[in-house]
Design a binder for this molecule. Sequence first.
Ligand SMILES: Nc1nc2c(ncn2[C@@H]2O[C@H](COP(=O)(O)OP(=O)(O)OP(=O)(O)O)[C@@H](O)[C@H]2O)c(=O)[nH]1
Length: 344
Amino acid sequence: MVGTEFSPTDADFRAGFAVLVGRPNAGKSTLTNALVGEKVAITSNRPQTTRHTIRGIVHRADGQLVLVDTPGVHRPRTLLGERLNDLVAETLSEVDVLGLCIPANEKIGPGDKFVAEQLAQTGGRPIVAIVTKADTVSRQQLAEQLMAVEALGREVLTAEFTETERRKGIRAQKKGKSYSPREVPTDLGFTDVIPVSAVDGFQVEALGALLISHMPVSPPLYPEGELTDEPELTMIAELVREAALEGVRDELPHSLAAVCEDMIEREGRPEDDPMVDVHVSLYVERPSQKAIVIGKGGARLREIGATSRKQIEKLLGTKVYLDLHVKVAREWQRDPRQLSRLGF
Ligand SMILES: Nc1nc2c(ncn2[C@@H]2O[C@H](COP(=O)(O)OP(=O)(O)OP(=O)(O)O)[C@@H](O)[C@H]2O)c(=O)[nH]1
């Protein structure tokens, strides 16, 4: 993660990496899009749709913020889950500020606490608690949630502090030395707590500024105008996967993967009206799931194709011929070889 260009010479210019984490459906992807101002991360009503680390880049006069959108931090059940958690741990260790997303309209639960504890364990990095979806609650409810989030910060950071001191004591004891644990500071807690709404834009600017204020003084890390460094093929695959999931609410939970096989400019087209042939394979685990994706007489697949083609055309800025294939890759979630083939 090294800078490529040094343009603004301002001595106060800041640049660095931020990550938004939170339990599934906390609003991370939507907030990433709102901060960046263009659709780069994939949002969906379904939890855990964000499997790839997609970066959006916020360019401002005073700094540059590279956002890494992680999958929801959750307890691993399959091999895929374990890989996701490795990815999360790796990402957390590489960023300058941690953004913990907690929705305004849901009681703080064990999921939020679990994620907050993981962040506290990264040790010493600023944690900005972001209370998302502020538009969905009254001012009174929002105030109460902000206080509950403050309390959560106090709780997990105090627990982490105490645990660290306890470990130091044990290590010292093993070496035959004595260690008197430090007193718990009274001001432990999240670095900031800020409410936002990605839907009506409330405080989105302020959040951008706040996150940048935690970045180190640095030249920009990416050239201006760049929104994401995710390869187009991956973004195309994500768009198709999103469209395929939208249609089927409960039948196809996480057993669906998409791979963009290639993207070739069609020859012999007029220069002012180019067209790109895009080939995407959708992978499911069982023949019955294949039938769901294809639908009666291919109706669902046509719908998926039409929806995602429009989005791919927007992304590439040209006409697109989209060729979709549905394939069965049994138990792909548990097979490491298949996983790497699918880019996980
Ligand atoms: N009203 C309102 N809804 C929001 C806001 N932000 C997100 N949502 C909705 O909340 C749901 C989840 O949002 P996502 O951005 O997909 O959540 P996520 O945390 O990325 O979810 P995963 O990918 O599952 O981890 C979607 O239906 C969004 O439309 C907001 O500011 N206001």
